[in-house]
Design a protein around this ligand. Structure first.
Ligand code: ZN
Length: 301
């Protein structure tokens, strides 16, 4: 059967419409392919680096190279140190956690911040790869017992097993022996502190700032407390096993950085206290000899 000229015209028109449609769609993607490329993370970025769309980079903690010497820790216990500089130490207890700790490590890395993790032995055994990542990224690891036991409420034999067990789990995971311990729940007494120092060489690390994040007051409250309650030389307590705590960290850390604070590990903080400004060698970080103005309200008071 022959098709009529009208039907032929209809087919031709339809074919032209389809071709135009396809070529215009193809052209659209072709154009965007020409003006965009995939970066290493598989994200589509514009020809000019997608600057308009790019999230602004967070504030950066400077590189702070302070030689740590365990012999510098002369005190039995620390919750803060005396320092003229704006140095503080963030500490995270009870991890590592398989979800929250990696998120926190990413947040810290983006800001070039080194923190201190007081890990529980059972978690260190379960997630040795996270212990290795913590060390590989320049953070410090401290002992928080194997089973989160309150050291002042158990026998000396039990306490020894708790402390040694956690130490062994950390060493087995990353090869680095911790030199500081935080007593679970803050339950400690002078007798146990002396024993920890004499038998293991551990300094007992408490805290000066407690946002009570474990009570889950919400990320806003946790961030606000950390920013408003922290003073130079202080050790800040938080827990990397709670999602809202991790969610509070970008704001808390950026707030502290913009107020002029600089982050170091607990052992670096202890080392800072032991140095007098006059004895600082030129090799040491300039931060120690030049005072960074604190923009926060506390400095003005
Ligand atoms: Zn704890």
């Amino acid at each position: 059967m022959r098709t009529s000229p009208i039907t032929q015209l209809g087919f031709l028109t339809l074919a032209i419409i389809l071709m135009l449609g396809c070529s215009s769609t193809g052209g659209k993607y072709e154009n965007s392919d020409n003006t965009a490329y995939l970066d290493g993370e598989g994200k589509r970025r514009g020809l000019f680096g997608g600057r308009q769309k790019k999230k602004s980079a967070p504030l950066q903690n400077p590189n702070i190279n302070i030689r740590v010497d365990p012999r510098l820790a002369r005190s039995l216990t620390y919750s803060r140190v005396r320092t003229e500089g704006p140095f503080i130490a963030m500490t995270f207890d009870d991890g590592p956690h398989p979800v929250h700790t990696p998120r926190l490590l990413d947040i810290l890395k983006r800001r070039n911040i080194r923190a201190t993790f007081f890990v529980v032995g059972t978690n260190a055994r379960r997630y040795p790869q996270l212990i290795r990542r913590i060390i590989a990224e320049g953070h410090e690891i401290g002992n928080h017992t194997v089973n989160h036991k309150y050291l002042s409420r158990i026998s000396i034999e039990e306490a020894r097993a708790e402390v040694l067990g956690c130490e062994k789990a950390i060493v087995a995971a990353c090869g680095v022996k911790p030199r500081i311990l935080r007593p679970p729940g803050g339950h400690i007494n002078d007798r146990v502190k002396v024993w920890l120092k004499k038998e293991f060489g551990y300094s007992t690390i408490m805290w000066a700032v407690d946002p009570e994040d474990w009570k889950r007051p919400g990320s806003d409250v946790v961030a606000r407390r950390i920013i408003s309650e922290t003073d130079p030389g202080e050790i800040v307590l938080a827990h990397d096993i709670h999602g809202p705590t991790i969610a509070a960290m970008p704001r808390a850390l950026d707030g502290l950085l913009s107020n002029g604070y600089r982050f170091v590990t607990v052992s670096q903080l202890i080392a800072i206290e032991r140095r007098s400004v006059a004895r600082i060698s030129s090799n040491d970080n300039n931060l120690l000899s030049s005072s960074i103005p604190l923009n926060g309200k506390k400095r003005d008071q």
